[in-house]
Design a binder for this molecule. Structure first.
Ligand SMILES: C[S@@+](CC[C@H](N)C(=O)[O-])C[C@H]1O[C@@H](n2cnc3c(N)ncnc32)[C@H](O)[C@@H]1O
Length: 277
């Protein structure tokens, strides 16, 4: 298996300051890369959401054009789609992701792995896409709203976007603990569902399904909650790591309540007549 990087390395980037976007992206990649081997064991929520998204796509009328999974990781979403719509297997959806270690475990990737940073938009080959799918990835990008608008603009007339991601309102127990302990909350800031829906419609898409689902997992305490996220590799933060004393205070104030995710599920279509004139 060969890995060809399409991502500029540190030497190619001028002025990459410690908290700049390139560093954050590198931390995202390293976090997922380190835990790539345990990702699927920990990813029950992602698997459940992937199945729901695949179900939403099982009978969509698709125009001609490429199909891609954006932030595909190990391919859970594409595999859920193909299990429910096997006719899309030839060729399988294009698998785009930043993290070579996850792509190396993705059975839908060919022998040569080409990581792709979605912060730089979509490859030209995806313009005129028939179907773009993405689950639990958009929130990691530097500007989720503008990337979402670009994804919408890349669809062919009659093309579809099927998207899921955790949104603001998730991780409320973590935020409550940080507030009570007077330490910074290092949870990833998540976009507001309503703002994303507005972006999708402003990009000219017709909403076919928009739903917010609540999921919870019941670790018994803060340490178990943080370990669960670490097992997924979802550890990158815009905040510097907490010191040992801050971490102890955070864990001491963690409420005995489940870790909760609010997940937006969105299915939208570019109107078939959009480009007709
Ligand atoms: C929680 S995983 C979800 C993976 C998969 N979609 C799933 O549902 O299992 C988040 C994924 O987003 C990818 N990701 C994060 N930032 C990215 C970026 N800038 N460009 C491409 N992929 C990115 C990560 O590498 C990781 O595979």
């Amino acid at each position: 298996m060969t890995v060809t990087s399409l991502i500029p390395g540190p030497a190619d980037r001028p002025n990459s300051g410690l908290s700049g976007p390139a560093d954050f992206r590198d931390r995202v990649q390293q976090g997922f890369g380190r835990r790539a081997g345990s990702y699927e064991q920990q990813a029950q929520l992602q698997q459940g959401v992937a199945w729901r998204l695949g179900h939403l796509c099982r009978a969509l009328p698709l125009p001609a054009g490429p199909i891609a999974d954006l932030g595909a990781g190990t391919g859970l979403l594409s595999r859920a789609l193909l299990a429910q719509r096997p006719a899309l297997a030839q060729p399988p959806p294009i698998q785009l992701d930043l993290c070579p270690e996850l792509l190396a475990r993705n059975p839908l990737c060919g022998p040569s792995i080409r990581p792709w940073d979605l912060n730089q938009g979509l490859p030209h080959s995806l313009h005129g896409a028939a179907l773009l799918i993405s689950s639990f990835a958009l929130q990691w990008l530097d500007d989720p709203a503008s990337q979402l608008a670009q994804w919408g603009a890349s669809l062919a007339p009659g093309g579809w976007l099927a998207l899921a991601l955790p949104v603001a309102g998730s991780f409320d127990t973590w935020q409550a603990a940080a507030h009570a302990a007077a330490v910074p909350c290092s949870a990833l800031p998540l976009p507001r569902a309503e703002a994303l829906v507005t972006v999708a419609t402003a990009a000219g898409l017709e909403l076919r399904h928009s739903q917010q689902l609540c999921f919870s997992r019941s670790p018994l305490d803060g340490l178990a909650a943080l370990r669960l996220l670490r097992g997924l590799g979802a550890t990158a933060s815009h905040q510097p790591p907490l010191g040992p004393g801050q971490l102890r205070r955070l864990l001491a104030h963690w409420p005995r309540a489940p870790l909760r995710w609010k997940v937006l599920l969105l299915l939208a279509r570019r109107p078939p007549q959009a480009d007709a004139s």
